[in-house]
Design a protein around this ligand. Structure first.
Ligand code: Z5A
Length: 213
């Protein structure tokens, strides 16, 4: 049985963390499923990545140049793919990942304004061409998402970017979903947590590899 790579994307507060946990719980208890389920995230899915995450996010007042930022997300991903994602997929596991290459296109491309060709080069170098089998784009109005995360306390460096920046990020996801309709599925994240999870499960149940468990 080959492993499966499922990614959750979206703006801040869209509910990715919540839905990944619920999806993992559901998959683990799904009748006939013998595949292990692994949850991970970017940035910060590995020990080295956790240090990179601190550099990128923790100090809201630190200045990180745009090129540095792009390369740090790329370095985090390279380490993550090589030391965690690939080995789990090779073992036949189901890997659920909070953010992947589309985040870089949306945030560093649409948000910061990097050329798509530069981002594609970094993503290719970091992943060796690995793509998700399926990506859930949890689509939410950015003001609602930011309100949700601000309730949680001190915002991180990226959350402090302008509203316009976050709106460009959302537009980036919209355009990616238009271009890759077979890989990226839009979910309306303005619904309740349980409704969003029901939709995710319904989509997963249509996939051959789940049906054949
Ligand atoms: N970034 C980048 O720029 N380039 C890249 O290549 C990569 C990342 C990989 C990672 O931050 C930052 O790095 C992110 C993009 C950038 N920047 N920002 N800003 P992170 O990992 O710390 O943050 P995040 O990925 O945006 O996650 P988050 O803020 O924790 O949001 P979330 O995981 O999508 O949501 P949640 O934690 O599940 O829920 C947030 C709150 O909303 C929580 O209180 C929930 O109980 C609540 N919630 C969840 N679902 C619902 C529903 N359906 N209704 C009502 N309330 C809900």
């Amino acid at each position: 049985m080959s492993g499966k790579f499922i990614v959750f994307e979206g703006v801040e507060g869209a509910g990715k963390t919540t839905q990944i946990q619920k999806t993992a719980d559901w998959l683990q208890n799904l009748d006939g499923n013998h595949q292990s389920v692994v949850i991970t995230r970017e940035p910060g899915g590995t020990e080295l990545g956790r240090q990179i995450r601190q550099l990128l996010l923790n100090d809201p007042n630190s200045w990180v140049g745009n090129r540095t930022e792009l390369l740090l997300y790329g370095a985090d991903r390279a380490q993550h793919v090589e030391s965690l994602i690939r080995p789990h997929l090779d073992r036949g596991d189901i890997v659920l990942c909070d953010r992947f290459t589309d985040s870089t296109i949306a945030y560093q491309g649409y948000g910061r304004g990097f050329d798509r060709s530069e981002i594609d080069r970094v993503n290719q170098l970091a992943t060796g061409g690995l793509q998700s089998d399926l990506t859930f784009w949890l689509d939410l109005d950015v003001t609602i998402g930011l309100q949700r995360v601000l309730l949680r306390g001190k915002p991180d460096r990226m959350e402090l970017a302008t509203l316009d920046f976050h709106q460009r990020v959302r537009q980036g996801y919209q355009e990616l979903a238009n271009v890759y309709p077979n890989r990226i599925v839009r979910i309306d994240a303005n619904q309740s947590e349980s409704f969003v999870q029901t939709e995710i499960q319904a989509i997963l149940m249509q996939l051959e590899w789940i049906k054949n468990h």
